[in-house]
Design a protein around this ligand. Structure first.
Ligand SMILES: *[C@@H]1O[C@H](CO)[C@@H](O)[C@H](O)[C@H]1NC(C)=O
Ligand SMILES: *[C@@H]1O[C@H](CO)[C@@H](O)[C@H](O)[C@H]1NC(C)=O
Length: 343
């Protein structure tokens, strides 16, 4: 970006750029997976788990101080989540059974996922809802909020699409939920949890390298919120080639981590000083800039034992990974669990 443009931005858009908040419900049901609950539902506000429920505990558990306080002060919320958790016991078993029949895959391991929820832009007030299902790691069907009909990306889902299209009252209820109730809830949760949900925490950033020929990984850990960007720069220009971006992952303490790798195999040692890693956190003006310097790189023996995936979702994904089942995840889409309506 040219200096004048930057100055312009700083003058006309000082400090707060608009921020998208989200409330997502991520439901995962499985069959044939050993030592894994039949279903797990996680609610997330801005990617922070507010609570979860699974087929083993059968009761919702609230994970944050603010969500515990909320359900103490509003027992109706607890009631709604409890009902939804109970009904999930049957609902997901049915979903999987029907899909197994429909897709002619009655044997083996199967994973069914639902992502639902909404995003709210706190500056423009814009709201987006989303609701979609995945089966065995692939998109299965998604709800189109504009037409209140379902989109089937592949032929096997067409039967389900027609069935769901005909269930007009359910679709109207989903629409109301996703565009009205969900954003209201999200705002309420953000207000309840503002001291933790709206905080900012800067990460510690380090440069790591496994072996002298490996890419250099710029690793940031301990930041909050998850709305962050990290990239490599050469002579002040963002690099796109030879760069690999990692996902933002939750830590156990509620903060996040991410890394971005730079392949330096074709860079001469004299040119190293032209490179730097930039970490930007949403809502914070000053970036953390780390110059590429051999002296600050931590190598092999100090290298942390792989990224620590945290949180309920992390554990869930880890469990699913280990089982060797496909993971169905799409950026910017969360899943959500309705509390007054079970599909
Ligand atoms: C399901 O699989 C069986 C056996 O493999 C096959 O005979 C049948 O035609 C399949 N049905 C569908 C709908 O694909
Ligand atoms: C780094 O780039 C070189 C070529 O520029 C390539 O041969 C090598 O496989 C790359 N390494 C990684 C880890 O991507």
């Amino acid at each position: 970006m040219k200096t004048m443009e930057l100055v312009f931005l700083l003058i006309f858009f000082p400090v707060t750029l608009s921020v998208k908040h989200s409330l997502k419900f991520s439901d995962t049901a499985s069959s044939g997976v050993k030592n894994f609950p039949d279903f797990v539902v996680v609610g997330l506000v801005d990617e922070v788990p507010l609570g979860y429920c699974d087929s083993i505990s059968k009761l919702p558990e609230f994970k944050q101080d603010w969500s515990q306080k909320l359900i103490e002060e509003d027992p109706q919320q607890l009631e709604i989540y409890t009902q939804e958790c109970l009904s999930s016991q049957y609902k997901y078993k049915d979903h999987i059974d029907i899909l197994k029949q429909q897709l002619n895959q009655t044997e083996g391991v199967h994973i069914f996922q639902r992502m639902s929820g909404c995003e709210w832009d706190d500056e423009t007030g814009e709201v987006n809802g989303f609701l979609q299902f995945g089966f065995d790691g692939e998109d299965f069907i998604a709800f189109d909020l504009k037409t209140l009909t379902w989109i089937a990306p592949k032929p096997q889902a067409v039967i389900t699409k027609h069935k769901r299209d005909r269930e007009r009252p359910n679709n109207v209820i989903w629409n109301y939920f996703l565009t009205q109730q969900c954003p209201d809830l999200l705002k309420r949760y953000l207000d309840y949890g503002k001291s933790s949900l709206l905080r900012t925490e800067l990460p510690s950033v380090s440069l790591l390298q496994k072996t002298p020929s490996s890419p250099v990984s710029c690793h940031a850990t301990g930041f909050y919120p998850h709305r962050a960007m990290m990239f490599w720069r050469k002579d002040g220009e963002e690099l796109h080639e030879d760069v690999e971006h990692g996902e933002i992952l939750p830590n156990h303490d509620g903060s996040f981590q991410m890394s971005v790798d730079l392949n330096l195999s074709s860079v001469t040692p004299e040119d190293w000083r032209r490179y730097e890693c930039v970490f930007h956190l949403s809502g914070v003006r000053d970036d953390i800039v780390t110059k590429l310097d051999k002296a600050v790189i931590r190598t092999n023996c100090e290298f942390p034992a792989g990224p620590v995936i945290g949180g309920v979702v992390g554990l869930l994904l880890l469990a699913v990974c280990i089982t060797g089942v496909f993971i169905w995840r799409r950026k910017d889409n969360g899943e959500r669990q309705t509390y007054f309506y079970s599909s």
